[in-house]
Design a binder for this molecule. Structure first.
Ligand SMILES: Cc1cc2nc3c(=O)[nH]c(=O)nc-3n(C[C@H](O)[C@H](O)[C@H](O)COP(=O)(O)OP(=O)(O)OC[C@H]3O[C@@H](n4cnc5c(N)ncnc54)[C@H](O)[C@@H]3O)c2cc1C
Length: 578
């Protein structure tokens, strides 16, 4: 609420057409209810989901105990309809609201969340690219949550490089297509929660060009529809197996065989990837929020544990003077871990919210310039949000596990499940290496590249003004120094050849994220100028720790990027055999 209401300002959303009624009270009420639902219905089945997992037997997938009942309540309470258009039965709230709920769902039970997650992406994809006829029939059911969606991209030999796909589509006489091929790793590819499952499948139409220019997109329902639009005959899509995974065991990750399954073309022939990117880009921000959720719940649990666990004597002055031990939170290294998590989580949430708001502005604003700026911000920051926050989710669950010592390693406290469950966020929806390559190879060039320069310039001006005002303590100078490093590294990346730039991509991406967050922290601190009280004082102390103890990592990252790729290329692939 602080970030949306006091920092960004809710007007950025309520000024958009369709959101005129949206205000602080609505946001607060929705978040309160979402928090309650996640704590009372979603969190309690998290452990069972991990222990029982999704089960595949006799060709049928069964979700873990409790998932069906919770999903029923989930849809009855309208959580699948938050940001859908009222014309399709949705609540018409901003996407930002949905993203904020993503954080809570990700924190409390990612495996459960995933059954509805791709329905949300499928809804937005179909709303943007399907024919009126398809929208009218399928969208209300997705919004109601009684049908769900999937995203079918990956094949055994084709993961990151979708141009390698071999699933084929042959035209049928009635205008539909016969889809044949095998898709693997399909989240919620089959389950027992909904009456129908809508697969969004990419495939190559007979005779289409090789590579990513020959990819088309199809809607392939699990059950074909009767004349009255109810689910009827079973389509030729079968589940071959489900994966046995490190984490999110309650989520069914399926191998699906399409054997002349009936599919309907979505969008234009051979332009399927562009349409798919509507879903993937929204998903990438969602995954950032999932990572944030893991970081948040891990740090909350570690904080409680560190406050209660009595072990060793703390440095003087001891809180439990005269007693054998103090709470471990008084051990400076433990306190540091907790504060490092907090400073990055709060700053990371600011970055995520700043980016997520742009989704609504880019979709809804009537001002063309504002729409374009929002679209550029989104294009630039989406890979940063996805990768930084998923990395933060994993590093924070590990850090929190360390705070619990051996009790974090055993199952009892749930921390080891968090470590395992969070790990997927760095891999799916485009690995973090792919996000980094997207940032350095595409987003720093052309229109988005020009926008990046103007964003850096605006941040610089803001920091200069803050420094001139003289009341920003260490914040603006620290952020300013990091921004200078980022700009220098950006120039290096642009001048480097493709191979060298790609070798530095992940380090550059982290430098970008840590620096952006420093700029946003400075903006936040300036926005609470003159405000008294513990809440604001704590914000200043948290920001101070970020600038003082987290941001210096950018010195090393800048150095690594600027040193170039000579030592990397001097070591040949054959040298690994020596
Ligand atoms: C639990 C789970 C759920 C999933 N859900 C879905 C789903 O619903 N739908 C779906 O279609 N897919 C899904 N996936 C697939 C997921 O998106 C892919 O696993 C991911 O895109 C990577 O593909 P890959 O596993 O084939 O790895 P590869 O593409 O083989 O990559 C292997 C390694 O090489 C790196 N690499 C590859 N190319 C490059 C490059 N150009 N630059 C730098 N590094 C590179 C990767 O980063 C990675 O580290 C899911 C996967 C899992 C495990």
């Amino acid at each position: 609420m602080f970030l949306v209401d006091e920092w960004i300002g809710i007007e950025i959303l309520s000024a958009l057409p369709g959101f005129e009624e949206f205000d602080k009270d609505i946001l607060e009420a929705v978040l309160e209810e979402a928090g309650k639902f996640c704590s009372t219905e979603v969190l309690p089945i998290n452990r069972d989901g991990d222990e029982h997992g999704a089960v595949f037997a006799d060709g049928v997938v069964t979700t873990p105990p409790g998932f069906k009942a919770a999903y029923q309540k989930f849809i009855e309470n309208g959580w699948t309809s938050i940001d859908a258009e009222p014309a399709h039965g949705g609540q018409g709230l901003p996407k930002l609201v949905s993203y904020l709920i993503d954080e809570m769902l990700g924190a409390t039970n990612l495996a459960f969340k995933l059954y509805a997650e791709l329905s949300h992406g499928a809804y937005h994809l179909l709303a943007a690219h399907a024919s009126e006829e398809i929208r009218a029939v399928y969208l209300p059911k997705l919004v109601e949550g009684v049908w769900s969606g999937t995203m079918c991209l990956t094949e055994p030999h084709c993961g990151t490089d979708l141009g390698l796909l071999t699933t084929k589509a042959s035209p049928n006489d009635d205008g539909s297509y016969a889809i044949s091929g095998t898709k693997i790793f399909i989240t919620s590819g089959d389950h027992d929660l909904t009456e129908n499952i809508l697969h969004l499948v990419i495939a190559r139409i007979d005779g289409a060009p090789d590579g990513s220019r020959g990819i088309s997109l199809f809607l392939v329902p699990k059950f074909l529809l009767n004349k009255d639009s109810s689910p009827g005959e079973r389509n030729h899509v079968n589940t071959a197996s489900i994966e046995h995974k490190m984490g999110i065991k309650g989520s069914a990750t399926c191998v699906l065989n399409f054997d002349d399954a009936k599919g309907y073309l979505i969008g234009e022939k051979n332009h399927g990837l562009a349409a798919m990117f509507r879903m993937m880009n929204l998903e990438r921000i969602t995954i950032g929020f999932q990572g944030l959720g893991f970081a948040e719940i891990a740090s909350q649990n570690a904080l409680v544990y560190a406050t209660e666990r009595l072990q060793s004597k703390a440095p003087a002055p001891r809180p439990n003077e005269g007693k054998p031990a103090d709470p471990i939170i008084f051990q400076p290294e433990i306190k540091r871990k907790l504060l490092a998590m907090r400073a990055q989580i709060e700053g990371g949430r600011a970055l995520a919210i700043f980016t997520a708001c742009q989704t609504d502005v880019a979709d809804k604003s009537t001002d063309e310039q504002q729409r374009e700026e929002a679209a550029n911000t989104l294009a630039l920051l989406t890979p940063v949000v996805k990768s930084f926050l998923s990395d933060l989710g994993v590093s924070s669950t590990l850090s929190a596990q360390q705070v619990l010592g051996g009790h974090g390693y055993v199952r009892e406290h749930g921390m080891e499940q968090m470590v395992r469950d969070s790990r997927i966020t760095q891999i799916y929806e485009g690995t973090n290496e792919i996000q980094a390559a997207d940032l350095v190879l595409r987003k720093l060039t052309g229109k988005t590249g020009q926008f990046a320069d103007s964003l850096f310039e605006r941040w610089q001006q803001m920091l200069d003004e803050q420094e001139d005002a003289g009341d920003m303590g260490p914040f603006a100078p620290a952020a300013s120094a990091a921004l200078a490093r980022l700009r220098e590294a950006t120039a290096w990346i642009r001048a480097a050849d493709g191979g060298a730039a790609r070798g530095a991509a992940c380090d550059y991406q982290r430098l970008f994220a840590l620096t952006s967050i420093a700029c946003l922290w400075s903006q936040i601190i300036a926005s609470i100028r003159g405000k008294d009280g513990e809440f604001y004082a704590t914000k200043r102390k948290t920001a101070r720790f970020y600038m003082d103890q987290v941001l210096p990592e950018t010195v090393a990252l800048h150095e690594i990027v600027m040193r170039g790729a000579d030592s990397l290329s001097a070591f040949s692939v054959e040298d690994f055999g020596q």
